[in-house]
Design a protein around this ligand. Sequence first.
Ligand code: COA
Length: 254
Amino acid sequence: MTSSDCLLIEDRAAVRVLTMNRPDKRNALNNALTQALLDALHAADRDPAIKAIVLAGAGQAFCAGADIKEFGGFVNNGSNASAAQAALERAHLTTNLHRVFSQIGKPVIGAAQSYAMGGGAGLALACDMLVAGESLKLGYPELKHGIVAAIVMANLVRQVGRKTAFELVSMGESVDAPRALALGIVNRVAPDAALVETAVGIAERLASFDAPAMAATKRLFHRVADLPLQPALDASLDTNMMMRSFRQDRANDR
Ligand code: COA
């Protein structure tokens, strides 16, 4: 697997580590990085040698969110038809990136140090598990720019209580690692120096399990999280029956 300039890709046995690599721009999400991430997550999902993914950010920060300079061009020139088209394409690209985390079968472990802002906070929350560096500052400053924390809101409101979610998107203040842990949006806090290794350690444990069972677990998790109880139990029943059949298939193969 090769790396592009803006996204480093490294395989550690069955764990693929994706590292956003625009450290001088605090890994702000321009189109190139957003597309590279989307492509890399799909590629990791398709690769039978890979069983878990780690998402990290190079340098001082995890991710400072949408690239304001690139994004600003789209907004300011909104009356221009080609700029409006570019803004639309960018919105779809960003939405597709946020969708893919829950669509792929392999678990994604985030490793977030220092700033995870706006779209960067969204990426952190889109991960299946999240390790925070002790320096984490996660927040949604979009209103300070006169825009809306839009695509990132869907995950946020599902992961913290409504009052907290509204506070985060309306006040523009960030939460530190202990508060993020208390809110349940972070699984572990690690020293920054041990952040990626901690995330890789979790990913290695998940990678040690049966890949189809892990994929079915993740798929069911994301389905039941958003369903009312009865259809959620129906979905659980379906997965239970499917699991029995694939265990039986394996027994027959032996
Ligand atoms: N888009 C584009 N460039 C960004 C960026 C963003 N979201 N965030 C940071 N950068 C760039 C800065 O313009 C600067 O580039 P330059 O050296 O060419 O001038 C570089 O990254 C370093 O930024 P700086 O502010 O000096 O770093 P810092 O460590 O002191 O502060 C942040 C980091 C993240 C707190 C600060 O950069 C910031 O507030 N960024 C905006 C975050 C944001 O509002 N995100 C939501 C966007 S909708």
